[in-house]
Design a protein around this ligand. Structure first.
Ligand code: NDP
Length: 434
């Protein structure tokens, strides 16, 4: 707290994890002896750099770039890149810290890392985005590599950006390797990576519902926030599993469609036209558009899947969800619920699936992309999708097993933190004090 007082998101993420780890630490005195808690909150390396590029008007622009290599105990650093004006060191550190435990939960050998820039792609031309990506990679390429650190996408970093970043890495290093995931299918990408996080959230939710409530998505009303990569494919899978998704949103507002969101229209607006979600209501007569994004949590539902950004559900929004009949919150975004919101879920007995477990499908398929790159072969969509589903089901099972072991049966949050942590902690103890 003394060192990181100016990084509220990072402190929030660490506090949440440490509070739930008390029974784990009690049972494992060797972690304390090896200073695991003190070491795990300190990134192994923080890289912060200038990104200078020229806009279409010929003016020089300067942004800040980050790559935080947080923990390599169980594999090379792995985690996405975020381009958003709110990006700063504390935001990247919270995401990187969460990533350590999330990657561990996937059962694949990946350490934790995260990066990005305060660059805002909104309103930028394609050529500007390309020049920015090239400038960003010109520095980043010194710090990453297929065996050291393998970045992926996150907010505002999708297929287009990964393509430009990969091209620049290849050009500078003269090396064709799986240094990034989320690549295009023509150059080493994996089928089902685009869908992975959103589908994974639904596989996780379906499995938790089955095991803990003997229930399913069938006939349920679902509220989703966001309309980006995670939200789109969460909506698609929830509908495939028999639910009706009634909302999507962006940072300006949300749409409510009582007939069920038409995912094809959202994809056209967001993925093809790069437009605003407001346009959905202009095209679909049954839909209403509301300014302001927090109103989405007042829409009555059975299941809420927050898929936009951190701290999008505060205490009042959580109360609104409960008042609207919501019984399940599973997180597609990273840390979308404030600690006060989580307390509301717990007080009201909601089924709560925390981000590091529920949204681990994206990085899991990134791990599968790395495997395919190493083998130099490509699995079919169905093969990857089946592996993804099985990984998400394993995450539910391992979380519940850990929750039981540490005396909190049914607690998916404590279970995810404990299961993810123990594997990393054991590796850190075995590798000595570093
Ligand atoms: P996208 O950039 O594709 O979409 C982000 C969506 O969230 C957009 O609809 C955006 O609206 C909205 N949003 C972003 N910032 C805010 C804000 N401050 N307030 C309200 N809405 C906002 O990103 P992703 O879908 O990839 O990521 C969404 C979340 O999921 C993030 O928390 C990310 O860390 C997490 N995640 C992503 C993974 C992936 O594989 N992509 C993997 C695991 C987690 P607008 O267009 O107005 O900005």
């Amino acid at each position: 707290e003394r060192r990181d007082g100016d990084q509220p998101e990072f402190l929030q993420a660490v506090r949440e994890v440490f509070e739930t780890l008390e029974p784990v630490i009690e049972k494992h005195p060797e972690y304390e002896k090896a200073g695991v808690l003190e070491r795990i909150v300190e990134p192994e390396r923080v890289v912060k750099f200038r990104v200078a590029w020229t806009d279409d008007a010929g003016k020089v622009q300067v942004n800040r770039g980050y790559r935080i290599q947080f923990n390599s105990a169980i594999g090379p650093y792995k985690g996405g890149l975020r381009f958003h004006p709110t990006v700063n060191e504390g935001v990247i550190k919270f995401l990187g810290f969460e990533q350590i435990l999330k990657n561990s939960l996937t059962t694949l050998p990946m350490g934790g890392g995260k990066g990005g820039s305060d660059f805002d792609p909104k309103g930028k031309s394609d050529a500007e985005v390309m020049r920015f990506c090239q400038a960003f990679m010109t520095e980043l390429c010194r710090h990453i590599g297929q065996f050291t650190d393998v970045p992926a996408g996150d907010i505002n970093v999708g297929g287009r950006e990964i393509g430009y970043l990969f091209g620049q890495y290849k050009r500078i290093r003269d090396e064709y390797s799986g240094v990034l995931t989320g690549k295009g299918l023509e150059f080493g990408g994996s089928l089902a990576r685009t869908e992975a996080t959103g589908y994974g959230v639904c596989y996780y939710t379906a499995e938790a519902l089955r095991v803990l409530r003997n229930d399913s998505f069938e006939g349920k009303t679902v509220v989703i926030s966001g309309s980006g990569n995670v939200a789109i494919y969460a909506a698609q899978k929830a509908e495939q599993l028999g639910a009706k998704v009634v909302t999507v949103s962006d940072s300006n507002g949300y749409v409510y469609d009582p007939n069920g969101i038409d995912v094809a229209v959202v994809k056209q607006i967001k993925e093809v036209e790069r437009g605003r979600i407001k346009e959905y209501a202009e095209r679909v007569p049954s839909a209403e558009y509301h300014e302001g994004c927090s109103g989405v949590w007042s829409v009555p539902c059975d299941i809420a899947l927050p898929c936009a950004t951190q701290n999008e559900i505060n205490e009042a929004s959580a109360e609104a969800l409960v008042a609207g009949g919501c019984k399940v919150v599973c997180e597609g975004a990273n840390m979308p619920s404030t600690p006060e919101a989580i307390a509301v879920y717990q007080k009201n007995g909601l089924l709560y699936g925390p981000a590091k477990a529920a949204n681990a499908g994206g990085v899991a398929v990134s791990g599968l992309e790395m495997s395919q790159n190493s083998y130099r072969l490509s699995w079919t969509f169905d093969e990857v999708d089946a592996k993804l589903k099985s990984i998400m089901e394993t995450i539910v099972a391992e979380s519940l097993a850990a929750a039981k072991e540490y005396g909190h049966e049914g607690d998916l949050m404590l279970g995810a933190n404990a299961a993810g942590f123990v594997k990393v902690a054991n590796a850190m103890v075995a590798q000595g004090v570093l």
